[in-house]
Write a new protein. Structure first.
Length: 158
């Protein structure tokens, strides 16, 4: 299995970082001041320039972070099934993460260990508790937006 992870450089102390303005470099002190100023107001995060991308088989997870909030855009190709594509990375018999999100496009079928089965379509919000398997339902890719920070941070991460 080929899993690629790309991650932006650490923005911690001692790092030279890019500001919100393209191409402008900031010292650690300037970055700290910018972070404090950024904590108030409104913020936009861009999935087309993610902080991290994970790509197990038939899977793409684009992760954006702001402070202690992590959000993921999960794209699954037709034929994707958690137990075939992500289970080898997760190392568990079923997905043990809690998911809270909304479907952007496509359909996802989910079966839970408690016997519950459900399908989610574009525009629907979902809450999926740990202990489930899931698969793309149909010939269209599934795109979902994950707002549970723990799941967004660790989904399909080895």
């Amino acid at each position: 299995m080929n899993v690629e992870i790309s991650q932006q450089p650490d923005n911690g102390a001692g790092a030279t970082c890019m500001s919100g303005r393209r191409g402008e470099r900031m010292s650690p002190g300037e970055l700290s001041e910018k972070r404090e100023a950024d904590m108030a107001g409104i913020h936009a995060l861009d999935f087309d320039s993610p902080d991290e991308t994970r790509t197990p088989e038939k899977t793409r997870v684009d992760v954006v972070r702001y402070g202690d909030t992590t959000v993921a855009r999960m794209t699954f190709e037709p034929g994707w099934k958690w137990s075939e594509c992500v289970k080898p990375v997760a190392g568990t018999d079923s997905c043990q993460l809690r998911h809270v999100g909304v479907v952007g496009s496509g359909r996802l079928a989910v079966t839970h260990e408690d016997g519950t089965e459900m399908k989610f379509s574009a525009g629907e919000a979902y809450i999926i508790e740990p202990g489930h398997d899931a698969w793309v339902d149909g010939d269209e890719p599934f795109v979902g937006y994950e707002f549970e920070s723990r799941s967004a941070d660790s989904y399909a991460h080895d």
